[in-house]
Every structure is written in structure tokens, then in C-alpha cells.
Design a binder for this molecule. Structure first.
Ligand code: F6R
Length: 252
């Protein structure tokens, strides 16, 4: 059994998000001084929104440049077009990419609009591209109520890599209101694997709200098990959970 995951608890998720954004900004600036790309793994969903808003503010008001930043998003629904407002492609442009000076060619997001025959090749190429940059310097995560990170649902293997996965019923049901009905939520997604995430040099997972309290407790306090894929993070040497009071409320 490994050490408990390091966690920090804030009463205000806005302040917590600003601190995470400051860590990312410091990393971007350090890599600029070293003249090397800063490779970020990014998440979508409600949890990271304030982090992205703060990064945009740092760009607009404090001169933070994204010119040396290369991003790899965790996941995308499948099938999904880029133009669809529910797509993670749309989300990332709306909250971050359209408002900073990142080079479009440095943005990588799993493609939800591929022919089924092309998915496997795409996933292999995605892994290769991450590797070509020397891996992810920083991975931002949320956590789903199933214990998924990215869309690595229960049962995901430690050694899993980028692949097509079938979404858990609970995940689809949690997404159903934004899709205006369960029947509109895609049944599959392309996601980075557990191993892809675990190879990041630094991981920060965000969880806010009472509805995450139970899965946060299981993730930090239970044995490592594929039934709660986020428990794999217990084996990471540089992972921090950033929580608010509600999300931390079940921790012993
Ligand atoms: C999104 C992702 C998911 C979400 C998780 C939590 O790219 O990979 O694992 O982070 O489903 O979603 P929110 O933040 O909406 O509660």
C-alpha cells in the first residue's frame, strides 16, 4: 500500500483554482526560460473552468504567453463533431484556446469525428505524439462519480493507453441534463489511458462539491483497485488533490 494521496482543502474553490493556475503559469514561464515546450494535459467539465478563466486573465492582464505551450486533452465523446457545442473541442476553445496566444498546431484533442476504422491508428498516434514531446509535464484532472479519470471507467487497466471506451451508465446519466436527455449522450469516448495519465510528471486533480465527497474518500482511502480507477493515483509520486470543504467532507 502506498502513501495517501497528498490533498489540500480550501473553503473557496475560486481561490483554489487561482493557486492551480498560478502553478501552471509558473511552469509555462520556467519552460520559456529553458526554451522548451511546456506540455500540458488538460481536462474539460465543470471542475477546471475557473482554472482556465484565471489562465486567460493571466494572459490578458499579466502577459502570460502560451507560445511555448503544447496541450493534449484527456478525452472526447465518440461520435462527436467538433462544431457541436457539447464537444470537448468546443469547450476548450470557448474557455481557453480562443482567448490566449496558443498556436493552433500545438492543440491536441482526441477526434470524435473519425471513421470507426481510423480510431485505433489515431489512438496510437496520439500516444506517439505525447511521447515525442518527452511526455506530459503537467496533467490537470477532474474525477467522475464512477471514479473515472479522463474517461477511464471502472475496470480500466493500469497499463491502458489512449483508446475507445464505453461510458458507464452513471457517467452518461450525469451528462444527460447538459445533453437534454440520456438518449442524446454518446455511448462512447476516446480517452487517454490510465498509464498515459500516470506517466505525467505532475498531476493535479480538482474536485468540488458534496456530490464528489464519496468518490474522493474512496479514491484516497480505499485500496488501489480497477473498480475505482482514480485509486491508481495513489501510486503517483507527485499527485495532489485540490478539494473544497464539501468534496473533502467524508475524509477521515
Ligand atoms: C473531462 C474528464 C472527466 C471529468 C469528470 C468530472 O475531460 O476527463 O474525467 O473530469 O467527469 O467532470 P466535472 O468536472 O464536470 O464534474
Amino acid at each position: 500500500r502506498f502513501e495517501k494521496i497528498h490533498n489540500v482543502v480550501f473553503d473557496d474553490s475560486n481561490i483554489a483554482s487561482a493557486i492551480v493556475a498560478a502553478e501552471i503559469a509558473a511552469l509555462i514561464r520556467k519552460k520559456q526560460e529553458e526554451n522548451t515546450p511546456c506540455v500540458l494535459g488538460l481536462a474539460t467539465g465543470s471542475s477546471p473552468i475557473k482554472v482556465y478563466e484565471e489562465l486567460v486573465r493571466l494572459h490578458k492582464e499579466e502577459g502570460l504567453s502560451f507560445e511555448n505551450v503544447v496541450t493534449f486533452n484527456l478525452d472526447e465523446y465518440y461520435p462527436m463533431t467538433k462544431q457541436n457545442v457539447q464537444s470537448y473541442h468546443y469547450f476548450m476553445h470557448e474557455y481557453l484556446f480562443n482567448h490566449v496566444d496558443i498556436k493552433p498546431e500545438n492543440v491536441n484533442i482526441p477526434q470524435g469525428d473519425l471513421d470507426a476504422d481510423d480510431v485505433l491508428d489515431f489512438c496510437v498516434a496520439y500516444e506517439e505524439k505525447i511521447k515525442s514531446y518527452g511526455g506530459l509535464d503537467f496533467q490537470l484532472l477532474g474525477i467522475g462519480r464512477t471514479g473515472h479519470i479522463g474517461f477511464n471507467e471502472p475496470g480500466s487497466h493500469y497499463n491502458s493507453r489512449t483508446r475507445l471506451i464505453t461510458l458507464d451508465h452513471l457517467t452518461r446519466s450525469d451528462a444527460s441534463s447538459s445533453f437534454l436527455g440520456l438518449e442524446n449522450v454518446p455511448k462512447k469516448a476516446i480517452t487517454m489511458g490510465v498509464r498515459t495519465v500516470m506517466e505525467a510528471k505532475r498531476i493535479v486533480l480538482l474536485a468540488w462539491g458534496q456530490n464528489k465527497a464519496d468518490i474522493v474518500k474512496q479514491t484516497i482511502e480505499d485500496e488501489i483497485d480497477s473498480s475505482v480507477p482514480a485509486t491508481y493515483l495513489q501510486q503517483h509520486h507527485n499527485a495532489t488533490f485540490v478539494l473544497n470543504d464539501e468534496a473533502a467532507s467524508e475524509l477521515t
